[in-house]
Every structure is written in structure tokens, then in C-alpha cells.
Design a protein around this ligand. Structure first.
Ligand code: UDP
Length: 254
């Protein structure tokens, strides 16, 4: 019974037309995918948790002056965001070796990197999101050199903020993926953080036990994903211990 116009549907989110011009509603689904959607499942409660965790991080980033598309959370699964032109890059920031970096360079997962590393991947499912360099990005016009500069300095600020945020609650921020967009305001264009930041797009390890509190639980068939995301939310002080994760709206009685 959704009368709003759907603008876009991705693997884990839907975008609807917003309430005012220049806005959109970002809806978090329970769908989980990995390996370019070759592995799929529905994990009840995931969307609610990601909406809340992403809201928390984006609100704090806005508060420290990192521009983002986030306006406000509307309900359990949705947030109002500014409409931006998405730059077709996945920007990955890494602090500790894991995942594809470990495989590519033969590094043991968990190896601290000499410094934080930023990587770019071209967002293209048909090509499996290939890694690209700044040369490719500028040559093919996906982003201009000053935009790459903005993206890199924002990525470093976001990493510094998030590393501290998670360290404070006993979590190691191993790596994460972010996306940026162009926000058109009057005659100005600026780069802002878009999409989401949640345990779907970060690697988060408990400092004491190295327990994974992120989507690797799904990728690696470990189970306990909702419990892990709930633990992240609880530690960040987002959900009170007793707050139920209401996963379904009211049921229409016909
Ligand atoms: N990531 C993501 N979406 C992607 C690919 C990666 O959110 O399409 C995140 C992933 O959760 C991890 C980081 O980016 O936090 C680095 O992922 P990696 O390159 O190691 O790839 P993966 O091992 O996830 O295939």
C-alpha cells in the first residue's frame, strides 16, 4: 500500500520520492546480499538496525561538519535525505588487513596496516565493481581531480571520527565502504557523504575477542547477524536494552 513513487531499488535499500523537492526517502530493507548478489537472504530486523546505526553515524558526522545527505530519520525503516547525484565509486578505507585486501596481497586478516589506505572501486555490478585508480576516475570523467581531493579528505575525517567512536565502545574499525554524491544548491555543487554507514558496509571486530560484528557473519555463514548488529547498536547507545526490534508494521485485517 505504498503510494509514494519509487525512484530506485537497490539490493538493501529503496529510494522513494521525498516530501519536498530535492529530497528522497531512503528505506532500509531486510535483504542481505553478498558476492555481487550471488548469495541472498532476508534477515528480519536488519533494515531497522541499519537505519538506526546509519542515522547515529550520519548525525554525528553532520555535527562535526562533515557534509552528508542525511536530514532526519522518519520511522523505523526510513530516513529523509537530500537528493544527490551519486558518484559511481565505492570508496573503501582500510585500517587493518581483511577481505579482498588480504587475498590480493597475501596479508593475514587482522594485520595492522602501516597507515590507513583509501581504495576506489567503480560501481558496476556487471563488471563486479573493479578496483580503479585516480587515473581511471579522471580519464573516464567519473569525478574531477578537485572532487577526488574532497572525497579523500572527507574519507580521512570520517575514518578518524569512526575509529574513535567505535574504539570508545570496544570495537575495532577494520575497514568500511562509503559513497559520495554531488549536492546541487543554488549555483553551487559540493561533495557530500551519501548512502549509508552500517555493519553491512563496515568490518567491526570486538576489541577483546576479535568477534565479528558485521556482514562477514552473513558472507561467511557464521549466523548471529541480527544479534551482532543489535550489539553494535546497544554499545553505541542507540537502542535501549529492552527496546524490541519491531520488524513488521501493523497487519491489515481484511
Ligand atoms: N564493502 C561494501 N560493499 C561492497 C564491497 C565492500 O560495503 O560492495 C565493504 C565491506 O563490508 C568491507 C569493505 O568494504 O567493510 C572492504 O571490503 P573488501 O574490499 O574487503 O571486499 P569483500 O571482502 O567484502 O568482498
Amino acid at each position: 500500500m505504498n503510494r509514494r513513487r519509487k525512484v530506485y531499488e537497490g539490493k538493501a535499500k529503496i529510494l522513494y520520492e521525498g516530501t519536498e523537492p530535492g529530497t528522497l526517502i531512503q528505506h532500509f530493507k531486510d535483504d542481505a546480499t553478498a558476492f555481487n548478489a550471488k548469495k541472498k537472504d532476508v534477515i528480519e530486523g536488519k533494515g531497522v538496525l541499519n537505519n538506526r546505526i546509519s542515522e547515529h553515524i550520519f548525525t554525528n558526522l553532520n555535527a562535526i561538519g562533515v557534509p552528508t545527505h542525511f536530514i532526519r530519520r522518519i520511522n523505523m525503516r526510513e530516513q529523509l535525505i537530500r537528493e544527490v547525484e551519486i558518484i559511481p565509486l565505492e570508496v573503501v578505507v582500510r585500517n587493518v588487513a581483511a577481505g579482498s585486501l588480504s587475498q590480493r596481497l597475501g596479508l593475514d586478516e587482522g594485520t595492522q596496516l602501516p597507515r590507513s589506505i583509501i581504495e576506489f572501486y567503480y560501481k558496476n555490478d556487471e563488471l563486479n565493481d573493479p578496483m580503479v585508480s585516480e587515473e581511471h576516475i579522471t580519464a573516464f570523467g567519473w569525478a574531477a581531480p578537485p572532487e577526488i581531493d574532497d572525497i579523500m579528505s572527507l574519507a580521512i575525517r570520517i575514518n578518524d571520527f569512526m575509529t574513535g567512536l567505535f574504539l570508545g565502545v570496544g570495537i575495532r574499525l577494520v575497514d568500511f565502504k562509503i559513497e559520495f554524491g554531488r549536492l546541487y544548491e543554488n549555483d553551487m555543487v559540493r561533495i557530500v557523504l551519501a548512502d549509508e554507514i552500517s555493519p553491512d558496509s563496515c568490518r567491526l571486530w570486538d576489541i577483546g575477542s576479535d568477534e565479528k560484528l558485521d556482514k562477514d557473519r552473513f558472507r561467511r555463514d557464521m549466523g548471529g547477524l541480527v544479534e551482532a548488529y543489535t550489539e553494535v547498536a546497544r554499545r553505541l547507545g542507540i537502542m535501549s536494552e529492552n527496546e524490541p526490534i519491531a520488524t513488521r508494521g501493523p497487519v491489515l485485517v481484511k
